[in-house]
Design a protein around this ligand. Structure first.
Ligand code: 0A1
Ligand code: ZN
Length: 879
């Protein structure tokens, strides 16, 4: 815990390491009351450093130092200095072996960084700076070493002993103990180190690579989860094949292992050859996981697997380069998911996340560039900006270069930098060298924070048949950055005639065979584009496929939006038009009297979606989702959450009443008949029928209630059971709600992944998640302060999804969050710092809310012994 002001780390202060480590020899003695770690490092001076014979400095955190030896000679106490967070050895030769013994207490490690215990097993999390909680080491990603790891533990309690690479030796020891030694032939930074010891079942499969090598695939899970591995294993094999086909990347070790653990700060971790997953991101059966969970698992398994090349073989020089591996890998997993399902649907999901959550982050106090230039605590920078905006930036490079040159660029990048720790700039350079394109202005996407705004205006010159489009780019100020330069931006568009036909986009009067979609390149503050040969003013279809992570402002009329919603040949923009229309209608009702009439054209448009089964049903399922409250808040200048909630509910109820019979018909038409499978068609059907059900219950429809109760009872899969449960939980049928919630808990109480869903469906509901009920969940036997998933399911779901509850006018929701963040800060600072996020957005809200949010934040700021994680977030948002 912190006693004085934490230090800021700057990119400009990067220096190459003074010493390199070639080999690491580790021996872990695991016991119930702690672990002894013996480490021998083969160290040499870095020829590229100008530090000369500087003292050797190794990072450490929460370690008890037992001994230090240099080239086998135990060092006297005055030959080194143990400063707690640093071990300094004053005089060292050019090349030497340093042996250090430390004692750690995994059983008391609630931060879940380094080596810790989860449900009786030992496991590790070393990214970003967890390895220093295991032993003293230069804990930075540009120090890459070969690891040999011997794990010793009780044979009965921990029959399975794993680490990175290949097992090379194993045997029995005295006192019913045993050991296994692992060797990883690939040099790696210590953040990719992993160790697991437990009583786990093993699921095996194999994969034959493109060059004919057989890879041993293994999953290790607690025995009760043995039947929840098949989906992840299949996803892994699909990922391995896809990476060969699309990026030419073959797996390199002979074994690939996945382990599931219940207590984990994030989703999963790409440790070399030994990926460790949060149980909720890997285990699935149709009875316990929803379609959304199945799809998320496939994407995360792929993401971690893809890191083997984008992250492990080529890694980051320093943590400012985090998006080098994360942005690129998120793009790769998005391409994979699109190929496994629907391109349009995946793009809609990603654009929604960007526009709802990343734009909000980029407009808030923690706004930072894709490549930040400073941080206090790196764990706070595993953000939507680094991951999602980072992926959008790489996607734009792909759009600008085209698929073939992009592939040439990625091949060059992997070949040129294999085995190295590099920068985002090296990535862009490889793309430039392979394509011959100049991306110097494009690099601003990495350096400037904030969401660019494109102001689009148009006019039609009927005499000349010319349609003129003016696009102005501006980028808002963000903390520490003003007066930004325009960024090189791909702007995809099409033009439609009055029948919805795509028009050729002629940029000059005599252009032949002009395409019907173009990617315009914006480089200046303002551009004028002229399209020739047009008989009438066309309707523009702008920023197709969300071709850049920007806000587009254009004075759409509702007629234009209705037209695009049903005619745009581009599915993504059809969805987008529907969203813009719904936003416009909801916004026009915010704060208005309850009897303000509602635009009847919205009902007509939605009726078309619900009734016309010839439309792409996966797209319809997405189009039927009204813009979320979070998105409406993001769009508001000064958000009044209860007013936004009320306006959205009004539209929802109005639509549900008007479409009542169509919804029942839609429900029945999409009734399940076939065996459960996670195919795009089935997912769309289940989504449609659960949406129909939810809408019917919003208006207390008696038939809807009966359908929901029956669906809840008879469901053979979690998507349908949860769909019915959620609809009932959000309804006014109080006794049904209590009854199904009880039944659900009785059925699934022994399954942590399902209990998490049970907690979150309540905490996120404005109806069931009143504050006293949420407080009661914290007292429930199923709740556990030390388990991040449980904390997220209750506190995170309340503050992040139950927006009317969180923004209660009396400020009780804010005080509640502040209280829980303070409590968590002593247990797990990373989780506490993430949970506090909703309060940090206080400037976004109407004055009455704003001041109460701010004082809740001040409460957190004034807590004694605040971690540097929470310190950074709170201080930056109060600045
Ligand atoms: N690199 C992982 C995410 C991850 C990051 C940090 C962690 O602990 C602080 C754990 C996992 C990924 O992108 O999947
Ligand atoms: Zn990642």
């Amino acid at each position: 815990m912190r006693t004085n002001q934490p230090q800021t780390i700057y990119l400009s202060e990067y220096r190459v390491p003074a010493y390199l480590v070639d080999n690491v020899d580790l021996r872990f003695e695991l016991f119930e009351d702690g672990a002894r770690v013996h480490s021998t490092l083969a160290i040499r001076r870095n020829p590229e450093s100008d530090a000369g014979a500087a003292p050797l400095e190794l990072d450490g955190d929460s370690l008890v130092l037992e001994s230090v030896a240099l080239n086998g000679e135990v060092l006297a106490d005055d030959a080194f200095e143990d400063r707690g967070d640093r071990l300094i050895v004053n005089s060292v030769p050019e090349q030497f072996k340093l042996s250090v013994v430390t004692w750690i207490e995994p059983q008391n490690n609630t931060r879940l960084e380094g080596l810790y215990k989860s449900s009786g097993m030992f496991c590790t999390q070393c990214e970003a700076e967890g390895f220093r909680c295991i032993t003293f080491f230069p804990d930075r990603p540009d120090v890459m070493a070969r690891f040999r790891t011997r794990v010793e533990a009780d044979k009965t309690a921990y029959p399975v002993l794993l680490s990175n690479g290949n097992p090379v030796e194993s045997g029995d020891l005295d006192n019913d103990r045993h050991f296994v030694t692992w060797e990883d032939p690939f040099p790696k930074p210590c953040y990719l180190f992993a160790l697991v010891a437990g009583d786990l079942v093993e699921k095996r499969d194999t994969f034959t690579t493109c060059s004919g090598r057989d890879i041993d695939l293994r999953m290790y899970v607690e025995p009760r989860n043995a039947d929840k591995c098949a989906h992840a294993m299949d996803s892994l094999k699909r990922s391995m094949r896809w990476d060969e086909d699309v990026y030419g990347r073959e797996y390199d070790l002979d074994i690939f292992m996945i382990v599931a653990v219940d207590d984990f700060n994030m989703g999963a971790m790409e440790n070399k050859g030994l990926n460790i997953f949060n149980s909720s991101c890997v285990l699935a059966s149709k009875e316990t996981a929803t379609d959304v969970a199945f799809q998320r698992i496939e994407a995360i398994v792929a993401h971690e697997y893809f890191h083997n090349w984008s992250g492990n073989r080529v890694t980051c020089r320093d943590w400012f380069q985090l998006s080098l591996k994360e942005g690129f890998t998120v793009l790769r997993d998005a391409q994979f998911s699109a190929d496994m399902g629907s391109d349009t649907v995946k793009r809609i999901e990603d654009a929604t996340l960007m526009r709802t959550a990343q734009f909000a982050e980029d407009a808030g106090p923690m706004s930072h560039p894709v490549r930040p230039s400073s941080y206090i605590e790196i764990s706070n920078f595993y953000t939507l900006t680094i991951y999602e905006k980072g992926a959008e930036v790489v996607r734009m490079i792909r759009t600008l270069l085209g698929e073939d040159l992009f592939r040439k660029g990625s091949d060059l990048y992997f070949e040129r930098h294999d085995g190295q720790a590099v920068t985002t700039d090296d990535f862009v350079k490889a793309m430039e060298d392979a394509s011959g394109r100049d991306l110097s202005q494009f690099r601003l996407w990495y350096e400037q924070a904030g969401t660019p705004v494109l102001d689009v205006a148009d006019e039609f010159d009927a005499e000349r048949g010319v349609y003129r489009l003016t696009v102005r780019q501006s980028i808002p100020d963000t903390p520490g950055q003003t007066d930004k330069q325009p960024q090189h931006t791909p702007f995809a568009l099409g033009l439609l005639d009055e029948h919805g036909k795509a028009l050729p986009l002629r940029l000059s009067a005599n252009e032949q065979d002009a395409p019907v979609e173009r990617v315009l390149e914006l480089t200046d503050e303002s551009h004028v584009f002229e399209f020739h040969g047009l008989a009438q003013k066309p309707t523009p279809s702008l920023l197709r496929h969300f071709s850049a992570p920007v806000r587009v402002h254009y004075p759409w009329t509702r007629e234009q939006l209705l037209f695009l919603m049903s005619h745009d040949p581009d599915g993504f923009n059809r969805w987008d038009a529907g969203q813009r229309l719904a936003v416009d209608v909801i916004q026009s009702l915010v704060g208005e009297p309850k009897d303000t009439p509602l635009d009847s054209r919205l009902v007509t448009a939605y009726r078309h979606l619900v009734t016309d089964s010839s439309l792409d049903q996966a797209l319809v399922a997405k189009m039927l989702q009204l813009p979320s409250e979070a998105y409406l808040i993001e769009l508001a200048r000064e958000a009044d959450v209860p007013a936004i909630h009320a306006a959205r509910e009004r539209v929802l109820k109005h639509l549900a009443i008007a479409l009542r019979d169509d919804l029942v018909a839609c429900y029945r038409r999409n009734a399940s008949g076939e065996d459960y499978a996670v195919t795009p068609e089935q997912v769309a059907r289940r989504s449609l029928r659960n949406t129909a059900l939810a809408w019917l219950l919003v208006i207390n429809d008696e038939e809807g209630r009966e359908l929901a109760l029956r669906q809840y009872r008879e469901a053979d899969n979690m998507t349908d059971r949860m769909g019915a449960l959620r609809a009932l939980v959000n309804s006014d049928y109080e006794s049904d709600r209590e009854q199904v919630l009880d039944d659900f808990y009785q059925r699934f109480q022994t399954d942590p992944q399902v209990v998490e869903q049970w907690l979150s469906v309540q905490a996120s509901s404005p109806v069931a998640g009143q504050l006293p009920k949420v407080r009661a969940l914290l007292e429930h036997e199923a709740f556990d302060w030390r388990n991040p998933n449980k904390v997220r399911s209750v506190i995170g779901a309340f503050a992040g999804q139950n927006l009317p509850g969180f923004h209660a006018v009396d400020g009780s929701g804010y005080d509640f969050l502040a209280e829980q963040v303070c409590r968590l800060d002593d247990i797990n600072p990373q989780i506490a710092a993430r949970l506090v996020t909703p309060l940090t957005r206080w400037k976004k809200f109407a004055p009455a809310y704003r001041s109460q949010m701010k004082s809740a934040l001040e409460q957190v700021r004034d807590k004694s012994g605040l971690s540097k994680d929470v310190y950074e977030v709170v201080h930056k948002s109060l600045a």
